[in-house]
Write a protein that binds this ligand. Structure first.
Ligand code: SAM
Length: 244
């Protein structure tokens, strides 16, 4: 079938908005990309699969690129098949609540497997196969949204909570540890890694808390609104670039 609307939003962020945000802010000439071909990507709230499909088209499995996706709901067989094919098997889907400990363990295990595969595919560049395996993501993306209650401020707050939990997972390895300590290097996101999450604007205070949390973890943060996202929707994207 056709890719979802979400697919085009991520495409636009990767190909246009990121460039604009970074260049404007740092007057750089570089052409930054959110998704580079050798990345290990963690996609939280992945169903029905648009972002995972898009990410898979940007990755090169020969260079070590891989995707781990998580959702409460399963992915369609067709979607899974397409991503598996694109990544030559370097794709794992985990069905579960990402805030639960057993899901977290499954994510860590999946990264362990994909990282050791990567060392094997890149055996000619690593000096030793027993070198420290990278077991972290280069990029964490979250499009998670709580089931809508009909009350837009409740929905927005619940979704911001999911963003904060993803950020904590990225920075501390624990969804409920909001110390976001950049010193200890813990968490599912490697140093220099990036983070993207969707939230809904709601009362300035919640948004300000999310931004200040993100500022503690990343060198630069940006608010993005893809044109594929309807103007009247309060949907926004927070990008954290370059983990400290
Ligand atoms: N990015 C997806 C795409 O491109 O197809 C769309 C994601 S959809 C807007 C939000 C998803 O977040 C839902 O499928 C929902 O099941 C999932 N979700 C919400 N809370 C979650 C949680 N605690 N753990 C895992 N997934 C969750």
């Amino acid at each position: 079938g056709l890719p979802s609307r979400a697919y085009f939003k991520l495409e636009e962020i990767n190909e246009k908005l990121l460039h604009r945000a970074i260049v404007k802010k740092h007057k750089a000439n570089a052409r930054p990309r959110l998704i580079l071909n050798n990345m290990l990507v963690l996609d939280l709230g992945a169903a029905p699969g648009g972002w995972s499909v898009y990410a898979s088209t940007q990755l090169d499995h020969n260079a070590g690129g891989a995707v781990v996706s998580v959702d409460l709901l399963p992915l369609d067989f067709n979607v899974t098949d397409r991503i598996q094919h694109e990544l030559n098997g370097r794709f794992e889907f985990i069905q579960g609540d990402f805030t639960h400990n057993n899901t977290r363990r499954d994510i860590i295990d999946a990264f362990g497997r994909l990282s050791s595969d990567r060392d094997l595919t890149q055996a000619h560049v690593v000096t030793s196969l027993t070198s420290t395996k990278q077991q972290k993501a280069n990029l964490i993306i979250s499009d998670m949204a709580a089931n809508f209650t009909g009350d837009s401020s409740t929905d927005a707050i619940q979704t911001i909570n999911l963003c904060e939990q993803s950020l904590a997972f990225a920075a501390s390895g624990d969804c409920f540890d909001t110390s976001y300590s950049p010193e200890n290097g813990d968490g599912m996101l490697m140093k220099t890694g990036s983070f993207l999450c969707k939230y809904f604007t709601c009362g300035e205070e919640n948004e300000r808390d999310l931004m200040s949390a993100a500022r503690r973890v990343f060198q630069s943060i940006h608010k993005l609104k893809p044109s594929a996202s309807r103007k009247e929707s309060s949907e926004m994207y927070l990008l954290g670039f370059n983990r400290k």
